[in-house]
Design a binder for this molecule. Structure first.
Ligand SMILES: Nc1ncnc2c1ncn2[C@@H]1O[C@H](COP(=O)(O)OP(=O)(O)O)[C@@H](O)[C@H]1O
Ligand SMILES: [Mg+2]
Length: 1024
């Protein structure tokens, strides 16, 4: 016997399944069977160079220098066992498991985790089955030995082994292929932020009538087209139908159906931000919104309902033109008067409600138009019946109104006051009036105009005045706001307008307050009357006063810890109004625009609307006289809004403030600007200057009695100290921040000072106290609904757990963080999660996973950088980050390390996120409920691989030279078979099957990556 193989070896464990049963069945002849089994196996071992390490009863432990030989040995052995003539005709079934690694040599054998792993892997198999680990699969390489193939059985949890192990089954001609599920603890089932159901749709207070054909048709179109636009004149029922379709198809979208109401968005530039806000995204870091949206949506299966797009149709087309090709499982249902003209869009012309057939008296009750009238009339007048003369009159009426739902509702609302007959007469008059003026308008427009006009004429002068004044609100408004724009006595008129269906009854907004709303068509009509009356500027100025009042009070609330949540939700509810007012003020009242933009800045910052907020504030500041106090405040906020995305820009805004104060008495705004300037300096690598500027800011803030300025200064002083490894210095600064009256500073900075203190305490080993501060910050962030801050607190918690060796807790906290990542779209968060995941893997000596995640981390960092979310200096330190993995590389050996690295380097951000979840999901030892994955054909594996690489259906189609539709239908088949609905699920499937190939690298190498020059050892920080 020669030397034992060294380096990477492949281990085979085998034993007889059910040997006790066999013993009972064979009795005395068991010994004979056992000997035959041993002889057959030993013959195979020796012909393929296997070294027998241990034999016990019916089990073997054998090692091979070559994985390929080990595989061929197992095939030969199984064939020999299958062909043998067993005593008593009772076949002996042997299970076999292969795993490769570099276990340590010990005495005359091997020891190490990989030996245990090999035994555990073998134990999952059934008699007659051969299973192999990912490591062995990689080592065997391709092509596999002739007649041999492997079937992927997915990731499995093994007893006492933390990392989920991907297991393959060997298949070879002449051997059985069908076995029950592996005897593992079960495959893990992770998910990233799934939120099925409908979101953002207002509660429906009235019944829905007819439209069953239209519902089927639109739902059918949505199955075939990426975008469906329901078109028709105002009042046709587009919005209502879209809501019903959304509820109907919600089950098809694993990540839910989300409504973005665009009627109130005046500025086309704000469309992406409005859509992001309606998805609940709190994106931080100030990157471009459209791209953050694309990243969040890339792996999700979502239906976006974009309601009332007409006035923004180009912006909507632009957004959909970007999102749809980048996110194949996103569909859009839009309502608009005209289609958007996007590739892949289907237009659906919504017809009027079904009308009674002419001359079919009595059958009319069955028409949808009549049913709608009857329902709404009963709502206005509980005594209303269709009996007697009413029936035919209603039929004529709804036909006269062309089956237009809004017109029918307006008419029905008047039935109590007028009765059906007179109602019809008056409408007839109105039509003849209109016929004289507007012959060319399509009939349906005329019927709506007639109904609206007529309904309007029935109002008193005061009611008309209130109607046109409140049409200045682009979105929902409170009664108090109505009184502000329409005069103190406006409330009774508003209530009357609700009774006449000219205003929608109040519904609670995000802040819980009841708000009224006008249908777009009626609002447009009212706006026309407002202009006619010459009251437009006056009403717009009143709206601006309202916005200033709301934003001013909310800003004060956002400045305090206890007022933060209510203030932010208040602005969420007034979103449309404050932005409309800002748009008007930018053109007509620059001074008000500046004040309004400054008041909105803290909310933009909190909600992650950094980029759009920056643009609006910059526009407002452009009008302002330079160096004035408000100009200075604007520069401060401009600096804050760019702190995370563009340090240089941030630095120059903050420097402008410093310079403006030269030779002038200092004010809190100066102290705050200096504090943030210190932050910019630190992030620019000028740490000594940062420390000096920070101390200056601190002294000034204390002198001026400005606790917020003090907190900012202490935060950045802490960061700057941390950058140079002076953690006790950092601790001292941050403890001072804890002594500031927390009620006097914003929750936002309070949370971040607390999280940072926790991090610093962790660095100096004060784990208990660190965890306490972290828990405080998390509780505060939860109270404030601040998703990003929750995520950062949880991540810090996970970091603390990891360094304290509390690995189960670390995994749980990291998992929670990952779920929040899906809602923020903040790349920095994912990057930090990956970094921690590497530590977690290394802590449990999961070397392969550690190397894979590290490579994924580098890939995601590059991707973020290419998107413009980072600076060259962030790439500088990659080499340094390789170092800690030296041990992993050594333990693994070069070939396995390279394979692990290639796997991670090929991951997109979405794939990396799924992989982290795979690694941290569930407790080891906890069985998961997911059934074993069905087998995929080679073609299907190829498709899934491409999905996991972040390829769109169009790109896949081009690569495989098939049609996009064919890609879609094949994916649908895979979905149906595997139960993997979302692209994220398919990505996970690919990860479990190790199907992710190095393609991503090529993508970035072709991008604008270039070698960075010098830089910082740490990831750049911002309070975010
Ligand atoms: N099928 C329907 N059943 C009941 N009410 C409807 C129906 N279609 C429209 N409506 C009502 O008609 C009014 C106008 O509809 P809406 O969907 O806002 O029109 P659009 O979006 O085309 O302007 C709303 O009050 C709506 O509830
Ligand atoms: Mg509508």
């Amino acid at each position: 016997m020669g030397e034992l193989p060294a380096g990477t070896i492949t281990m085979l464990f085998s034993d007889i399944e059910g040997s006790t049963v066999l013993l009972n069945a064979l009795g005395d002849r068991y010994g004979e069977a056992l000997s035959a089994q041993r002889a057959l196996l030993r013959a195979a071992f020796s012909s393929f160079g296997g070294r027998e390490m241990g034999t016990e009863g019916d089990s073997f432990f054998v090692v091979f220098g070559s994985a390929r030989d080990a595989v061929q040995c197992c095939v030969a052995a199984q064939r020999a066992l299958a062909a043998h003539d067993w005593p008593g005709g009772v076949p002996v079934r042997v299970r076999m498991g292969l795993h490769s690694g570099e276990p340590a040599r010990h005495e005359d054998g091997y020891i190490g985790l990989d030996v245990h792993r090999a035994a555990r892997i073998a134990a999952t198999a059934h008699g007659g089955q051969v299973v192999l680990s990912e490591a062995t699969r990689l080592l065997v390489g391709s092509p596999l030995p002739l007649g041999v193939s492997v079937r992927d059985l997915g990731f499995h949890r093994l007893k006492d082994i933390e990392a989920p192990e991907r297991i393959y089954q060997l298949a070879a001609t002449g051997l059985p292929e069908q076995f029950p599920p592996l005897k593992s603890l079960g495959p893990p089932v992770p998910t990233v932020g799934v939120t099925p159901g409908v979101h953002g749709f207002p509660a429906v207070l009235t019944s829905f009538v007819g439209r069953s054909v239209e519902l089927d048709e639109v739902a059918g179109l949505l199955a075939r087209y990426r975008m469906v636009t329901v078109t028709g004149p105002g009042g046709m029922g587009k919005t209502r139908l879209a809501g019903e379709v959304a509820r109907r198809v919600a089950g098809r979208f694993a990540d839910g159906v989300w409504l973005a109401e665009l009627a109130g968005v005046a500025d086309p530039g704000l469309v992406p931000a409005a859509v992001a806000a309606s998805l609940g995204m709190q994106q931080n870091g100030g990157g471009p919104v459209t791209e953050a949206l694309a990243e969040v949506l890339a792996a999700r299966q979502v239906l976006l309902v974009l309601d009332n797009c007409e006035h923004l149709i180009n912006a909507v087309a632009g957004l959909c033109g970007t999102l749809l090709p980048a996110a194949d499982d996103v569909r859009v249902l839009a309502t608009s008067r005209e289609p958007a003209g996007v590739g892949g869009e289907a237009r659906y012309r919504l017809p009027p409600l079904g009308l009674p057939e002419p001359g079919q008296d009595g059958a009319a009750g069955g028409s949808a138009a009549v049913a709608l009238f009857a329902d709404r009339a009963r709502q206005a007048d509980p005594h209303f019946t269709m009996g007697g003369a009413a029936g035919p009159a209603v039929e004529r009426l709804v036909s006269r109104l062309d089956g237009l739902p809004l017109a029918i509702e307006l008419a029905a609302a008047r039935v109590e006051a007028l009765g059906v007959g007179p109602l019809l007469e008056r409408l007839d008059d109105q039509f003849s009036l209109l016929a004289g003026t507007d012959r060319l308008a399509p009939a349906r427009h005329r019927s709506l105009a007639a109904a609206v006009e007529w309904s309007h004429q029935l109002l008193s002068e005061e009611q008309r005045r209130v109607f046109r004044r409140v049409s200045v609100f682009p979105g929902p408004f409170t009664l108090e706001a109505a009184e502000l724009v329409a005069g103190a006595g406006a409330a009774p008129a508003v209530l009357h307008l609700v009774n006449c269906s000219l205003i929608v009854p109040p519904r609670p907004g995000p802040d819980g307050r009841a708000r009224y709303l006008m249908f777009e068509t009626l609002r447009a009509y009212g706006a026309g009357r407002l202009a006619e009356a010459g009251e437009e500027p006056d009403a717009a100025a009143a709206l601006t006063r309202h916005a200033l009042q709301v934003a001013g009070q909310a800003a004060a609330g956002l400045d305090t810890r206890d007022g933060e949540l209510a203030a932010a939700q208040w602005l969420d509810a007034e979103d449309a109004s404050v932005h409309q007012a800002l748009g008007w003020a930018l053109e007509h009242d620059p001074e008000a625009a500046l004040r309004l933009a400054i008041a909105l800045a803290p909310w933009w910052l909190l909600r992650g609307r950094w980029a759009t907020g920056y643009q609006l504030l910059a526009a407002a500041a452009g009008h302002a006289g330079q160096d004035g106090p408000e100009w200075c405040t604007a520069q401060l906020w401009l600096g804050l809004l760019t702190a995370a995305s563009n340090v240089t820009t941030s630095f120059s805004h903050l420097t402008l403030v410093r310079d403006a104060f030269a030779g002038r008495a200092p004010a809190p705004v100066l102290a705050r600007a200096l504090a943030w300037r210190a932050g910019a300096l630190a992030n620019l690598g000028r740490v000594p200057e940062a420390a000096e500027e920070g101390r200056h800011a601190l002294a000034l803030a204390r002198e001026l009695g400005d606790p917020a300025g003090e907190a900012y200064a202490l935060y950045w002083l802490g960061i700057a100290a941390g950058y140079v490894g002076d953690f006790s210095g950092a601790e001292a600064w941050l403890r001072q921040a804890q002594r500031i009256d927390q009620a006097a500073i914003s929750g936002w900075i309070a949370r971040h000072c607390t999280i940072l203190l926790a991090e610093v305490l962790g660095e100096i080993g004060e784990a208990t106290e660190a965890r306490r501060y972290c828990a405080d910050a998390l509780a505060l962030a939860r109270e404030a609904g601040a998703l990003y801050d929750q995520a950062v607190s949880l991540l810090t918690m996970a970091q603390l757990d990891c360094s304290a060796g509390r690995l189960a807790e670390a995994r749980a906290h990291l998992r929670e963080t990952m779920e929040l990542y899906a809602q923020t779209g903040a790349s920095l968060l994912l990057i930090n999660c990956l970094e921690l995941c590497v530590d977690l893997c290394a802590a449990t000596r999961r070397w392969r996973e550690a190397i894979t995640v590290r490579a994924a981390w580098a890939a995601v960092r590059r991707a973020a950088w290419i998107r413009g979310e980072g600076q060259a200096d962030e790439l500088a330190s990659e080499e340094e980050f390789q170092k800690p993995l030296g041990q992993a590389r050594e333990a693994l050996g070069p070939s396995l390390a390279r394979a692990a690295e290639e796997r991670g380097g090929a991951m997109t951000p979405a794939a990396a996120a799924e992989y982290v979840l795979l690694l941290v999901t569930g407790e080891p030892g906890e069985p998961a409920a997911e059934p074993a994955r069905p087998r995929l054909s080679a073609r299907e594996r190829e498709l899934v691989t491409l999905v996991a690489q972040g390829r769109t259906n169009t790109q896949i189609a081009a690569q495989l030279s098939i049609s996009v539709r064919a890609v879609g239908s094949r994916l649908d088949r895979i979905r149906a078979r595997t139960g993997c609905q979302r692209r994220a699920d398919l990505t996970r499937l690919a990860l479990q099957a190790d199907l992710v190939l190095p393609a991503y690298r090529r993508a970035w190498a072709a991008g604008r990556w270039h070698a960075p020059a010098g830089g910082q050892p740490r990831t750049r920080r911002a309070v975010a």
